[in-house]
Design a protein around this ligand. Structure first.
Ligand SMILES: Nc1ncnc2c1ncn2[C@@H]1O[C@H](COP(=O)(O)OP(=O)(O)OP(=O)(O)O)[C@@H](O)[C@H]1O
Length: 228
């Protein structure tokens, strides 16, 4: 579905990472691991168009184009969920509706899609709650519902369970597990063993500037290239 060539980040002499190519297939779920400061968030932000990626090329369904400036075709098909999601100080419902309205959907279609997203995330009970009253786990579920509502081709999740524990963490793991089971393409940064262990997940590791790949349930050693 998506291939990126020449993804590289350097600060002066220091090369954070140099990834000649990476591929995310349709329906593929990938978890990106690596030590703190390895560059995981930077790489994901480049894929989301939040950080310039000079020289990188993206191929989307067979069509190649530069990743910077960020192609509109990509913006329409990729949803990014920040580690600490920003919610407008309106209501949960309005936050989920926002992107749908911006995409030009008719009001009754927006309402139906918002209802479906609220049900998917199990957050109907907080749909009129002001976001600043929500717990961390609720905020993360609202952000996932907001991304899910857009029905993107690829979801980028940056540490969806960080700072969560107990039931809140389990609820988010269940939602991510549902995305994986339903065959949603996703790339997720995480350190959470229960998320990494979800069946069918491909593991990428960013280490010393290189990306290595391990296929789902593979017993073999990681391959040197970025192809999944
Ligand atoms: N302007 C800059 N100049 C030099 N180094 C920088 C600059 N901006 C960021 N960095 C470094 O780049 C790295 C960026 O790491 P990034 O946040 O992408 O890593 P990460 O793998 O997501 O880390 P974590 O797991 O801690 O979130 C850090 O080591 C940071 O110190």
């Amino acid at each position: 579905m998506l291939a990126v060539h020449g993804l590289r980040k350097a600060f002066g002499e220091r090369v954070l990472f140099d990834v000649p190519e990476l591929h995310i297939g349709r329906g593929q779920a990938v978890v990106l691991t690596g030590i703190n400061g390895a560059g995981k968030s930077t790489l994901m932000r480049m894929l989301a168009g939040l950080e310039p990626a000079p020289g990188a090329q993206v191929t989307l369904d067979g069509t190649a184009m530069p990743l910077t400036p960020y192609p509109a075709a990509l913006r329409a098909r990729i949803a990014y969920v920040h580690q600490h999601p920003y919610l407008f100080r309106t209501s949960v419902r309005a936050n989920i509706a926002y992107g749908l309205k911006a995409s030009g959907l008719k009001a009754h279609d927006v309402a139906a899609r918002v209802d479906a997203a609220l049900a998917w995330a199990g957050i109907e009970g907080i749909c009129e709650t002001p976001p600043h009253r929500l717990s961390g786990g609720e905020i993360q579920r609202v952000a996932l519902a907001r991304a899910w509502a857009l029905d993107p081709d690829l979801l980028l999740l940056d540490e969806p369970t960080s700072n969560l524990d107990g039931a809140a963490r389990e609820q988010v793991i269940a939602l991510v597990g549902d995305l994986v089971t339903k065959g949603k393409s996703l790339l997720m940064i995480c350190h959470d063993r229960d998320l990494i262990a979800l069946p069918g997940i491909t593991r990428w590791k960013l280490s010393e500037g290189r990306l290595t790949v391990r296929a789902p349930q593979a017993k073999a050693e990681a391959e040197p290239a970025g192809r999944a």
